[in-house]
Design a protein around this ligand. Structure first.
Ligand code: HEM
Length: 451
């Protein structure tokens, strides 16, 4: 049997002019980087105007994310493109503001709450299969997984399906926003002076305002339902009624709009990306697909206990997060001057953490570019899972939805493969590019047939 490699974007030539780099960067940050980043421990982008450092060494990644996160706050540059949409949400804040927000949000995502959210996830998985049921011919699966992941978020957060009118409008609004505003743009690497006006592509601000108005409607309705003692026991109610243990206060309505916006965005774009790539990988590796489909019979049991039986599915999903980390890069900022690997890192330097490169690091992983879900049961895989695997980031700012996503992802993957066989479509191999998350340039196409 032939073993194709999972798609990897071409690297750029080793030396290019700054001008050319900027141009490549605008197209796609993944292919704008040289191949040596898959071997480097640390790299510096030095230009006449700015400095940034890519950190690619396990103990340095640990230093930034786990040991001294307060000295490397979130970069305010990365926040710029997202501010119109996300306001003062937990994704963008730093310091005391951020700490208070996490104290209120974290309890909603504790293990016990996942079990409560599970029936809503299952309902979304079933609805996804029902939507696929009628499809003939090649299917662009990213669109389907976006739909499914958005459905999961609406059902778990607000107890409404994607067919709900407001939910549907928020969903399409986000889709347009993602097209108009790449997560990482050059501004993230180029410190712009404070006084310089910030430009957004036409429509971005208006689009953001529309999405926020819709979300405000949902949160206002929920506030009223909570007041009347008639609110469903879902994530929104939990978050809106949790008091900060230190100050005793809850989120006010405006703050809640910011938080809901980030849950929609962080919670559906990422999961949709990972699910789409995992389905594509299953089409490429039918022997794994068969194992997974057989295992999926465990879902006959409708209870939460079935999740723990989806072992192959979880290994496949984890391997997908390694090869196609939905958030390919993260940016922090050095609060003060630092000395890292004998390099002087000036205050204000942009520190780039790249799950994309770390997860394929040639000096750390066995068979770094190969698809091998079995690796997670072997020594090298276990070691790397601890040191060089950060799809959800790590430390204090780790993704609040990590546990949620590791239930949702395998559940949706298994539910879909239990019903359908997937195959690649000839001449339509996907090319990974980084939009808001890692997507395929021209979609991910699959041929589905019922099992
Ligand atoms: C496969 C799915 C997911 C992946 C790969 C993922 C990845 C990430 C990453 C890498 C970060 C850190 C970003 C940074 O530091 O710059 C993050 C933060 C966050 N994620 Fe996720 N995420 C996923 C699903 C979810 C879900 C389902 C939710 C909520 C329902 C969620 C909510 C958040 C929030 C609120 C933050 C901000 C945390 C903070 O800054 O304190 N994510 N996610």
């Amino acid at each position: 049997m032939s073993h194709p490699m999972p798609p990897k974007p071409p690297a750029r030539p080793e030396r290019v002019s700054l001008w050319r780099y900027a141009k490549l960067f605008r197209q796609d940050i993944l292919s704008a980087q040289p191949a040596k980043l898959y071997r480097a421990w640390m790299a510096e982008f030095r230009t006449p105007f700015f400095r940034s450092f890519l950190v690619n060494q396990p103990d340095l990644v640990k230093l930034l994310l786990k040991e001294r996160p307060d000295d490397f706050p979130k970069s305010d540059r990365i926040a710029e493109g997202l501010r119109p949409l996300l306001g003062n949400s937990v994704f963008l804040t730093n310091g005391d503001d951020w700490k208070r927000q996490r104290r209120i949000i974290d309890p909603a995502f504790e293990g016990g709450r996942l079990k409560d959210a599970y029936p809503a996830m299952r309902a979304a998985a079933k609805a996804a299969v029902a939507r696929l049921e009628g499809r003939r011919g090649p299917v662009e699966i990213e669109e389907e997984t976006s739909h499914a992941a958005a459905d999961v978020i609406f059902r778990t957060l607000f107890s409404i399906p994607i067919e709900h009118e407001v939910a549907g409008k928020v969903f399409s609004g986000f889709r347009d926003y993602q097209r108009s505003q790449p997560l990482l743009n050059l501004a993230a690497f180029v410190p712009l002076p404070r006084w310089m006006p910030r430009f957004f592509r036409r429509g971005t601000r208006r689009n953001a305002a529309e999405i926020r108005a819709l979300i405000a409607q949902l949160t206002a309705e929920r506030m009223a339902a909570i007041g009347a003692g008639q609110a469903p026991d879902d994530l929104a109610t939990k978050i809106m009624t949790t008091r900060d243990p230190e100050t005793g206060s809850t989120f006010d309505a405006a703050e809640m709009v910011d938080q809901v916006a980030i849950f929609f965005l962080a919670g559906h774009e990422t999961s949709a990306s990972a699910l789409a790539w995992s389905l594509y990988l299953m089409a490429l590796y039918p022997e794994w697909q068969e194992k997974l489909a057989a295992e999926a019979d465990a879902l006959e049991d409708e209870s939460f206990a079935a999740v723990s039986k989806l072992k192959v599915s979880r290994d496949v999903f984890r391997e997908t997060l390694r090869l196609y980390p939905p958030v390919p890069m993260m940016v922090r900022q050095a609060a003060g001057p630092e000395q890292l690997r004998n390099r002087r890192v000036p205050k204000g330097s942009q520190m780039v953490l790249s799950p994309w490169h770390l997860h394929r690091h040639e000096r750390l992983w066995d068979n770094p570019d190969g698809f091998d879900p079995g690796r997670w049961q072997r020594e090298n895989g276990k070691q790397c899972q601890r040191d060089a695997f950060i799809p959800f980031s790590a430390g204090a700012r780790v993704c609040t939805g990590a546990g949620f996503a590791m239930v949702e992802g395998p559940l949706l993957l298994s539910t879909i493969l239990r019903r359908f066989r997937v195959e690649p479509v000839a001449d339509r191999a996907p090319v990974p590019v980084a939009h808001l998350t890692v997507r395929s340039k021209n979609g991910i196409w699959l041929q589905l047939s019922p099992r």
